[in-house]
Design a protein. Structure first.
Length: 316
């Protein structure tokens, strides 16, 4: 007869018969897994917090840099605009010399320094150099010439009398025109201004060929102003007015069919030769451009640049 101590250890209890040290080792492993899981969870939470903090800090820093950059560009724009206004004002007054412009830039420096000091910035504008030129103003006719022009800016024409009435096919012989005669490269570029069908028309051509219409505006009977270097007709955009292929070659500026138009011109040119004509066109020495050094500093930014200022110069 089989005795009572069977597979359950003989005491009938059915309990765990593993040795005590093994049971303790299994319990240790379970606790270790729980602790490891807790450590991993805490680490992930800490990583997420640190990542969010890093992203936030980078965004704040980036916004600060963009704001500082914007202020530096604002200072640059103010310095360029006011230097350009200074050059043009002294040219119109007939007092433009390198020394006059330098004195004006020194005054500008004092104004900008005071303006931006209240914002916690240090702005410094210093004159570097100027380029001599000629300021032209007054009536033009078929004998008006500006020879050996290297560069030109703020070149505009205004008519006082009625413009010739014609069309593109006859513009080369009938329309009022500013002609750019390229000395070295050869050939000519023409900009025509005339009336057609009750509109004022601007057209561009080359070598006297039939021109291409660039823009038109309803004629009002008032004087019309064509800004050649700014590509504008009476203040409105007129793309392509300035001949882009003039490049860096010297050219002479002449006029055709101008005698009956009562046209007046203003321009500032850089030329080794004094422009001349037999009209009342006034030609006087002027400053063509100026170069300035600009420095701007704040607690977060250091900005330095050298800028050439030539207001109204064509983009081409």
């Amino acid at each position: 007869m089989i005795g009572g101590d069977g597979a359950d250890g003989g005491d009938g209890s059915g309990g765990d018969r593993r040795p005590a040290d093994r049971r303790f080792r299994d319990a240790d492993r379970g606790q270790l897994l729980l602790i490891s899981g807790l450590v991993v969870a805490v680490s992930l939470v800490a990583l997420v917090v640190l990542l969010n903090a890093s992203i936030y800090s980078e965004n704040v820093a980036t916004r600060g840099v963009e704001a500082a950059d914007g202020e530096a560009l604002e200072v640059r724009a103010a310095a360029v605009e006011e230097t350009g206004a200074l050059i043009d004002a002294t040219n119109r007054n007939g007092t433009a010399t390198g020394a006059e412009i330098e004195a004006g830039v020194d005054e500008l420096n004092r104004n900008l320094s005071g303006r931006y000091a209240s914002r916690g910035g240090i702005a410094v504008v210093e004159p570097v150099d100027t380029t001599p030129g000629w300021y032209l103003s007054g009536p033009v006719n078929d004998s008006t010439t500006a020879p050996d022009v290297d560069r030109i800016r703020a070149f505009s024409l205004t008519n006082e009398s009625a413009l010739p009435s014609t069309d593109a096919a006859n513009a080369s012989s009938e329309a009022f025109a500013a002609v750019f005669n390229r000395s070295a490269a050869g050939g000519t570029r023409e900009v025509y201004l005339y009336e057609n069908g009750g509109d004022v028309v601007v057209a561009g051509g080359e070598n006297g060929s039939t021109p291409t219409e660039l823009c038109r505006s309803a004629a009002t009977g008032d004087p019309v102003t064509l800004d050649l270097t700014g590509d504008r007709l009476d203040g409105e955009p007129c793309p392509g007015v300035w001949p882009a292929d003039l490049g860096d070659d010297e050219y002479d500026i002449e006029f055709e069919n101008a005698d009956g138009v009562g046209a007046a011109a203003t321009a500032t040119v850089e030329s080794a030769t004094e422009p001349a004509s037999d009209t009342a066109l006034t030609v006087r020495e002027a400053v063509y451009d100026a170069t300035i050094d600009l420095r701007y500093r704040t607690a977060d930014l250091r900005f330095e640049t050298t800028v050439r200022v030539a207001p109204g110069e064509p983009d081409a």
